[in-house]
Design a protein around this ligand. Structure first.
Ligand SMILES: [Cu+2]
Ligand SMILES: [Zn+2]
Ligand SMILES: [Zn+2]
Length: 410
């Protein structure tokens, strides 16, 4: 029944969209890895793609939970996003000697409480836990890392399910987690085995932060998720002297930022979204301000500004800056999506592009980088994706039609 209805709607939209773009086909896919497994989740593509499908990449700088010594860096590369395989390469050190430790992508990127609030394994298709080569598995199931005697492990994987763009299989902004025990890949014969592989507590984690400068997105899946789920995101900012958390909520007319940074010198501090979600090298790896439309630096209220220009935050005499900002340019989906990018807090004041020199139009002369964090997606359960019913598919398709229609008039 659902299949017939889906087919009818599909045909209807295929006809209406192909009227606009006769050479492009609308494809609806269910579970992408294997045939004959039905999930409630659908992905919608129109091929050939309009958006930039050049290589997408992401990085996760792994840190231990608490005061363990685990450290590492994992690189993700997808040559043909959104559906091509993801190459995963990395090194982890400080692992318990000579053992196996589970490696998984979790639902959420909320590191505000260490590894406690990450939800379960990233599982948009609502399937059982498994190994990375199994047909049935969580999208987040990457199996185990094998530590050598000296506690180091090399990771080299090719994964068909992960994606570095889009909302449905997209891992950017979610946490990559090393667990204390070996993952039994769902073969333990217990309920726990089919949920987590009995791999125990997370012992180290970080987000996949994006290294892709411009995602000329149109990640349709992202559009659908935005339209339906009122997305939220979160960043945990750390520096030598400062720390704090900020929550982002997508509203109809912008994004609301709420939070607090402590440990600042009293006064104004430049506050921006930088393009790369890489917090290594004292936040320098985060690159310049997020600027998908190639504009000059400006104030948040200016028309001519970087998308990432959020102006200044103001620390009181106690060194605390309370943040309550509504911004109309950043978003949690689409071309100006900030998930997986970095928030940077600067030592000095941002002159908002009014400094009268060249640097002012690039950085606002805001000075050194006191602290930074990668913006992670905030969803503690799979509920965002649960049982996408037909009504939502229709809604999603409508969103796409609206998008394409707008695209024409632009
Ligand atoms: Cu900045
Ligand atoms: Zn799993
Ligand atoms: Zn800027």
């Amino acid at each position: 029944m659902y299949i017939i209805l889906t087919f009818l709607i599909f045909t209807c939209f295929e006809v209406s969209i192909s009227g606009l773009y006769p050479d492009r086909h609308l494809l609806i896919k269910s579970y992408p890895a294997i045939q004959n497994v039905q999930s409630d989740l659908y992905e919608v593509y129109q091929e050939p793609y309009f958006y930039d499908v050049s290589v997408a990449s992401a990085v996760a700088i792994i840190h231990a939970e608490g005061d363990g010594d685990i450290k590492g860096e994992i690189m993700f590369t997808q040559r043909h996003p959104p559906t091509g395989p993801v190459f995963i390469k990395g090194n982890i050190t400080g692992l318990p000697n000579g053992g196996k430790n589970g490696l998984h992508i979790y639902q959420s990127g909320d590191l505000r409480h260490g590894c406690e609030k990450l939800g379960g394994h990233f599982n948009p298709y609502l399937l059982q836990h498994g190994g990375p080569k199994d047909a049935i598995r969580h999208v987040g199931d990457l199996g185990n890392v094998n530590a050598k005697e000296d506690g180091t492990a090399t990771i080299e994987l090719v994964d068909p399910l992960l994606s570095l763009v889009g909302g449905l299989r997209g891992i950017v902004g979610r946490a990559i987690v090393v667990t204390e025990n070996e993952d039994d890949l769902g073969r333990g014969g217990t309920a726990e085995s089919l949920t987590t592989g009995s791999s125990g507590k997370p012992i180290a984690a970080q987000f996949g932060g994006t290294l892709t400068e411009m995602l000329r997105i149109l990640s349709l899946s992202c559009l659908i998720v935005c339209a339906l789920a009122n997305p939220q995101a979160v960043v945990n900012i750390r520096g030598d002297t400062i720390s704090g958390d900020i929550k982002f909520t997508q509203l109809n007319d912008g994004v609301l930022l709420e939070g607090e940074i402590v440990g600042l010198k009293p006064g104004n501090h430049g506050f921006h979204i930088h393009v790369f979600g890489d917090i290594s090298n004292g936040c320098l790896a985060a690159g310049p301000h997020f600027n998908p439309y190639a504009k000059t630096h400006g104030s948040p209220s200016a028309h001519n500004r970087h998308v990432g220009d959020l102006g200044n935050i103001v620390a009181g005499p106690d060194g605390v800056a309370k943040i309550q900002i509504k911004d109309h340019q950043i978003s949690l989906g689409g071309e100006t999506c900030i998930i997986g990018r970095a928030v940077v807090v600067h030592a000095g004041e941002d002159d908002l592009g009014l400094g009268g020199n060249e640097e002012s139009l690039k950085t606002g002369n805001a000075g050194g980088r006191l602290g930074c964090g990668v913006i992670g997606t905030l969803s503690e359960s799979s509920s965002t994706y649960q049982a996408v019913p037909l009504a939502k598919i229709i809604f999603g398709l409508l969103a796409i039609v609206v998008f394409y229609t707008t695209k024409i008039t632009l």
